[in-house]
Design a protein around this ligand. Structure first.
Ligand SMILES: [Zn+2]
Length: 506
């Protein structure tokens, strides 16, 4: 059994979960479920990044301790992931003791193996509290941070620990040259190679003025205590996860799923940190695009206008999962519009899969008392076999949209098959053998569809699986998809698998 340890980025605990967070979890969850379906021993890690200035300030503004604030935010995120059917095996919080100990150990390992990798330097510059980062002229417009134009930049000077990232540029370039698929999709790899051409800079590893974080293992030479700075606190979560009691995470990870805005941290700083600490590197980084809504990237501010809870309740969590992966995809940027969401819901789910299931199962009930007859393979079985191949090929490349497309081509083919074979006239003419073949083919096809839609719509797939009277465990039923057997299964007619929304008032 192949191990498959995959992670998402940890979410910053300063605000409610929004569509951007949900998109990443849904995509990674689809991959996790697909790997389980293929028989892998999956460990799926998600979690929260809970330290830093912004959390401390928000907590103070709400008269809470930072820990109280992060406890509340973490439980909101977890409730949302339950609602969306995210099947993570571990939820890491960077304020947990095993993580804090792990961060210090990782830094200690670097001090022991490569004593020159950390050095002290006085840093002064313009600091954006919104970004929790010093800003370079390129990030500043009209004296303000381009990402946070409403905040005032602060002039800051302090002595910090720095990590000598520049020392690893040659090694990193060689690593990416010899591991051309380390970061995918390809466009993200080109961005990383571009960074090398610009030349890397050393990165700050500690802060003096940060009360809410992991103490940096060593004070500066003037005796000032330091706090571990964001990347040396957040990135190690993937490694410290395995140190939690009960965790079956085992380093290295097979896949980091991250947003395209943090690819450089995962493809440059993180590998260099691990290498400096003498630890193995993760196998692959997948960088997804962003969702746009009304022309804006979905983030905290835009999230006010596109409410995640509203999107979940509109047609149910599974419909939202399907829409995000099918319409937006998981590689490039995409748009969310309520119109497209409604259109796809009606066309693909209510009229597509919902109608197919309801017609097929109703006919098996009507003509064969709900018991799937024996029936010879048909052209629909051939189409199903081709779908298995196309689906696997897309999903193995993390082309989730391609996987969804393959399944819905089969849904259309099956609906066509019903029209072409006209089972109702076969029944009228008493052509029992032909009718058996059609009904059995449809039941096998629906079993396949339930297996293949599981990673996209786990709730609805399980519902369909139950209606089909199948006994195997759906989550690992790839073999059933390969060679579906339905004869003798006792089926039930669905009641509102994908109910059509009431027409809008006009
Ligand atoms: Zn900023």
């Amino acid at each position: 059994m192949a191990r498959f340890f995959l992670t998402t980025a940890i979410d910053y605990a300063n605000g409610d979960p929004h569509m951007g967070h949900a998109f990443e979890k849904v995509g990674a969850d689809c991959i996790a479920r697909y790997r389980r379906l293929r028989g892998d021993d999956v460990w799926f890690l998600i979690g929260m990044d809970e330290h830093g200035q912004k959390v401390a300030r928000t907590a103070a503004a709400e008269n809470l301790s930072p820990q109280e604030l992060t406890d509340r935010v973490a439980s909101q995120f977890q409730a949302t992931w339950r609602l969306l059917g995210i099947s993570h095996d571990q939820f890491i919080r960077t304020t947990s003791e095993p993580h804090r100990l792990g961060v210090r150990e990782l830094i200690d390992r670097i001090f022991e193996r490569n004593p020159d990798d950390f050095y002290e330097q006085t840093y002064h510059g313009l600091y954006c509290v919104g970004c929790e980062a010093f800003k370079t002229p390129a990030d500043i417009a009209d004296g303000r941070c381009v990402i946070h134009p409403t905040r005032t930049l602060e002039e800051v000077e302090e002595r910090n620990w720095f990590f000598r990232l520049t020392r690893y540029q040659g090694w990193l370039e060689e690593f990416h040259r010899t591991h051309p698929t380390f970061v995918q999709p390809e466009i993200r790899r080109n961005e990383i190679l571009g960074l090398f051409r610009q030349g890397l800079e050393d990165v700050s590893a500690s802060r003096a003025r940060l009360p809410w974080g992991v103490p940096f293992p060593r004070p500066t030479s003037d005796g000032e205590p330091q706090t571990t700075y964001v990347w040396f606190d957040a990135l190690p979560n993937y490694w410290t996860a395995s140190r939690f009691p009960g965790s079956r995470a085992s380093w290295p990870a097979q896949l980091h799923v991250v947003g395209k805005d943090i690819t450089r941290f995962h493809c440059v700083i993180w590998p260099a940190m691990l290498h400096a600490a003498g630890l193995p590197l993760p196998e692959q980084v997948w960088a997804h695009g962003f969702i746009y809504f009304g022309g804006d990237r979905l983030s905290k501010s835009a999230g006010v206008r596109l409410d995640l809870q509203e999107a979940i309740s509109r047609h149910g969590a599974d419909a939202l999962r399907y829409f995000l992966l099918r319409e937006v995809g998981f590689a490039n940027d995409g748009n969310f519009t309520w119109e497209r969401f409604d259109e796809r819901y009606v066309a693909d789910l209510a009229d597509g899969l919902g109608n197919l299931a309801s017609r097929s199962l109703a006919m098996i009930e009507k003509y064969r008392g709900g018991s799937v007859p024996e029936g010879a393979p048909s052209s629909l079985d051939d189409a199903g076999a081709r779908t298995m191949t196309a689906y696997a090929s897309a999903m193995d490349r993390f082309d989730l949209r391609g996987g969804g497309e393959a399944v819905w081509e089969l849904v259309s083919a099956a609906n066509q098959y019903i029209v072409q074979t006209a089972p109702w006239s076969l029944a009228k003419q008493g052509k029992d053998r032909e009718l058996d073949q059609v009904l059995a083919s449809l039941a096998r096809c629906l079993s396949r569809i339930a297996v293949l839609t599981g990673p996209f719509m786990p709730g609805k797939a399980a519902e369909l699986w139950g209606l089909l009277g199948q006994n195997a465990t759906l989550a690992t039923a790839w073999q059933v998809g390969e060679q579906p057997e339905a004869a003798g299964c006792q089926v039930r007619k669905p009641e509102g698998l994908f109910p059509k929304p009431a027409p809008a008032n006009s």
